[in-house]
Design a binder for this molecule. Structure first.
Ligand code: ADP
Ligand code: MG
Ligand code: MG
Length: 876
């Protein structure tokens, strides 16, 4: 038997999304529910995949089936495809498994040609309508199938309107429509070098192929990447009898939601347009009327629609987004799907549906997209203000939220402007740890270089500050304080707006609205928390971030990076003294200056975390990051430090590394300079003792050694830590426990994790470095060439943002198993940027990790993702 690729709507149902696509499955379901759906059939997603397997050709057997199913349609409708007497016209509609609104293409009124259009005119007694349908068909077919842009046809329409002194399409009469058809066909001929195709069968096959092709158009690919939709799913094609909203004053078309998609309020929400077809409602050619007015325009159709809407919502147990058309007073349903909604609406609907007894708490938890919660925690653009602005360019959406402010090019100037009460956008080629204070002073950060794990992106996410990174088109002249973007010149102090959720950049003032957390949020999150097994910790380097994260529900600090503590104010001086020291004694003297500062930082964090566990990572970056590179800056610093330029320059040169990411950093620093980790141990242990004593807590600090690749490295460094710690504890005459563990971020550590676990009391997977070293992709440079990987479909997503579960994931699983073998109760966490990515959180849940750690603003996302992973596992 040959494989079945085609399904009548009456043969499908809502559970067949994978083969029929969402649109097809729901059209089938509505048909089964006895709703008025124009008849049709679906060409399956498997046919689409076969089309690509066969080198973008459609197999003869599938073409045969299409004709066979058109025959069935003719029987059901009593109309004939291609006949002038009683023509069957169809729409050809894309529809993938996941809804991708507006990403792929649809063609209406297919089957028309020069002869059929005349028949349709006669049959309906409405030649204007017939020619309106024909000109629409030519326009859509040319655009979708032949790549001749719709906009060029709009130019022809606009010219005619001017000539005829008309404002709206509906004011054009039969003669105008005939003329448009003539001009469209001429335009087609002139551009394509052939007549507009007259054979309906050919039109149909070409249209189906075009929908298959649209699965791989650029906007669809980008949409899939942003939404984690695999390209292997393919799209289905729905072929459906046309119904006409453009037949005159008792016809129309509209869209509606069963609840308000921006607030979640329970009321029918939508718009319709009389004497219109398809996308007219959303295209803005005329102002549509609110759905409630349909009650007076066509009362019977309205009443029926309200009932259907309610039935659909009850059936799908979710807010529905529906499309309908009214042909001469008769209602037809053309689509239904679970509606897209804002984060606030998502929460309200989930909570309301539980209260209405429609769904369980489990189902409610599954209904909200974790990533969406971001929008509740950050400022967003005001919708109206945003509609009036056009982005001039875009970069990576590196840290969510929206910001509008004045441009400054250095951290110092940003800080100064902020002190004067200005709102600031910091614009830099890339940021470095020295910029931290300037970043804190900014509403948003825009960089020309770097990917999703670049310094700017990581730090901005940690602070909850919006960031657009890696905008390659940005040409910055820092010296003369301006940048050029898409031919616009923007000077210091000028306003720009950036959106870290989309990556868009605007040279406009766009109003922002602050984040709002409703009561629904707390209730909803309590349901999520009751269901998850994974703990959620945060990455925080200071008390403010730690407190913020606690507020968002963090249950500890999974990663406290200590290097950021060495940049602020006076500290960098002491740090630099330590680095240029020529012997251990000088080094210790400088470290003595750092000790009290670091100790008080830790006390602050311990206090903020109120007894929750805190993992502190010891100094990790290469030392050159703390010294200037520029000769001018080196001179200035030498003067400040009271050493000669030559000495300092020599030091900078000696610290230079060809490949610093694989250089003298992490635990390797402590092998060379044990004093550094001694000081850090002292700061941690003394801070814990102090806080335990004054606040009556029982903090057990967790000390984490970075970049271990060999158990002997860890053994050596751990000894430095335990010796120092045990002496202090003995001297203070207290009992206090602490743990020493390690990051697993080097492949060798992962594969020898059983040995490493003999020394390490916990593991934390540093998936940023682990990804970097597993792929051999530099975190700082990969963003650039990965673009080519996406374009050539070698990669579908950024491995630094979405955990590579196959490769990097194998290391995590292997190291977890080996670690548990040596130490059955070993605590396992993840602290890379992946800790806040929902798909990666699910992986961590399934791998049996103890916790994930992520930046404060991602804590709610991770909590929800962890709950969803647990629920999925339960229902497996
Ligand atoms: P999208 O997925 O972009 O919404 P659709 O396939 O839903 O694309 O079609 C676009 C528009 O055309 C919608 O407004 C839809 O209602 C309309 N349309 C599609 N098929 C028909 C049909 N058979 N009769 C009338 N209108 C149709
Ligand atoms: Mg649609
Ligand atoms: Mg690392």
């Amino acid at each position: 038997m040959t494989k079945k690729y085609l399904y009548l709507f009456s043969e499908g149902n809502e559970n067949m999304r994978a083969i029929l696509g969402g649109k097809g499955a729901n059209l089938a379901e509505m048909t089964n529910l006895g709703m008025p759906v124009p008849r049709g059939f679906t060409v399956s997603t498997e046919a689409c995949n076969k089309y690509y397997e066969d080198g973008e050709t459609i197999a003869p057997e599938i073409i045969e089936s299409v004709y066979e199913y058109m025959g069935k349609m003719e029987k059901m409708t009593g109309k004939q495809f291609g006949s002038a007497e009683n023509p069957l016209l169809v729409s050809v509609r894309s529809g993938a498994r996941a809804s991708m609104p507006g990403m792929m293409d649809t063609i209406l009124n297919l089957g028309l040609n020069d002869v059929v259009v005349e028949g349709l005119a006669k049959l309906t007694g409405n030649p204007r309508f017939a020619y309106d349908s024909y000109r629409r068909f030519i326009q859509m077919f040319s655009d979708v199938v032949m790549g001749l842009p719709k906009s060029q046809f709009e130019v022809i329409i606009d010219k005619l309107k001017v000539e005829r002194n008309k404002h709206f399409d509906i004011e054009l009469d039969e003669k105008d429509m005939r003329r448009l058809v003539r001009e469209f066909k001429n335009f087609y001929l002139a551009n394509m070098g052939e007549e507009f195709p007259q054979e309906p069968k050919k039109q149909l096959i070409e249209a189906i192929k075009a929908v298959f092709r649209s699965w791989n158009n650029e906007r669809a690919i980008i949409y899939r990447r942003k939404n984690d939709i695999p390209s292997s799913w393919g799209t289905a094609v729905n072929v459906q009898e046309m119904v006409f909203g453009n037949m005159g004053p008792t016809s129309g078309t509209g869209v509606a939601f069963t609840r308000d998609p921006s607030t979640g309020e329970k009321k029918l929400y939508g718009e319709f347009l009389m004497n219109a077809q398809g996308e007219d409602v959303v295209a803005g050619i005329r102002t549509p009327q609110p759905i409630s007015e349909l009650a007076t325009t066509i009362p019977d159709a309205y009443k029926q629609f309200v009932e259907i809407a309610q039935t659909l919502e009850n059936h799908y147990k979710d807010m529905q987004d529906m499309e309908f058309t009214i042909e001469n007073g008769k209602l037809f349903m053309l689509q239904t799907r679970n509606g897209k909604r804002t984060a606030a609406a998502a929460l309200r609907i989930a909570v309301d549906l539980v209260d209405e007894g429609m769904i369980t708490e489990d189902e409610a938890v599954m209904k909200v997209e974790p990533r969406q919660l971001d929008a509740l925690l950050h400022p967003q653009f005001d919708t109206i203000s945003l509609m009036q602005a056009t982005p001039v360019s875009s970069g990576l959406a590196a840290s969510p939220g929206a910001a509008c402010g004045r441009v400054y090019f250095t951290a110092a100037e940003a800080k100064a402007a902020h002190a004067k009460g200005q709102k600031v956008i910091l614009v830099r080629l890339e940021t470095s740890p020295e910029d931290i204070e300037g970043m804190y002073a900014s509403e948003g950060i825009l960089t020309g270089r770097g990917g999703k794990t670049s310094h700017a992106a990581v730090v901005a996410r940690g602070m909850g500050c919006c960031c657009v990174a890696g905008c390659g088109a940005l040409k910055i002249n820092e010296r003369e304080k301006y940048f050029i973007l898409d031919d616009h010149v923007v000077h210091e102090g000028d306003y720009i707006s950036i959106d870290g959720s989309t990556g868009n950049i605007y040279i406009d003032v766009i109003k922002t609205v602050p984040a709002t957390i409703s009561g629904d949020f707390a209730r909803f999150m309590s349901w999520a928390d009751a269901r998850r097994r994974l703990k959620v910790r945060t990455n925080a380097d200071n008390p403010k971030d730690a407190a913020q994260a606690l507020n968002f529900g963090a249950e500890g600090v999974g990663l406290c990076r200590t290097e950021h503590m060495f940049f602020n104010g006076d500290r960098i001086k002491a740090m630099r003294e330590m680095i240029v020291a020529s012997n251990s004694e000088q080094r210790k003297k400088a470290l003595d200056k750092l000790l009290p500062m670091q100790r008080s930082d830790f006390e602050g964090i311990f206090r903020a975390m109120n007894g929750y566990p805190v993992t502190i990572r010891f100094l990790d970056p290469p030392l050159h990051e703390f010294l200037p590179n520029d000769d001018k800056d080196i001179k200035e610093l030498a003067l400040n430090m009271g050493i000669t330029y030559d000495d300092l320059k020599a030091k900078v040169v000696s610290l230079h590394e060809t490949n610093p990411m694989m250089g003298h950093r992490g635990c390797r620093l402590a092998v060379s300079f044990p004093e550094i980790y001694e000081m850090q141990t002292r700061a941690v242990i003394e801070a814990a003792i102090n806080v335990n004593r004054t606040l009556g807590m029982a903090i057990e600090p967790e000390i984490m050694i970075p970049l271990v690749g060999d158990v002997n490295e860890l053994r050596y460094v751990k000894k430095i830590v335990t010796k120092t710690a045990d002496d202090i504890i003995a001297e203070a005459n207290v009992t206090m426990h602490y743990k020493v563990g390690t990051m697993i971020e080097i492949p060798r550590a992962a594969v020898t994790a059983d040995q490493i676990a003999t020394e390490a009391e916990f593991f934390s997977f540093g998936t940023n470095d682990l990804t970097q070293m597993t792929f051999g992709f530099s975190r700082d440079d990969a963003a650039k060439f990965l673009e080519d990987y996406y374009a050539k479909r070698i990669f579908e997503s950024d491995p630094f943002a979405k955990l590579d579960t196959v490769g990097v994931g194998s290391f995590i699983k292997l190291a977890s198993d080996l670690g548990r073998k040596t130490r059955p109760d070993i605590k396992l966490g993840i602290c890379g940027e992946h800790g806040g990515d929902p798909a990666s959180v699910e992986f961590c849940h399934n791998a049996g990790l103890t916790y994930v750690s992520c930046s404060p603003f991602r804590v709610p996302i991770a909590r929800l993702a962890a709950a969803q992973a647990a629920i999925k596992e339960m229902h497996k």
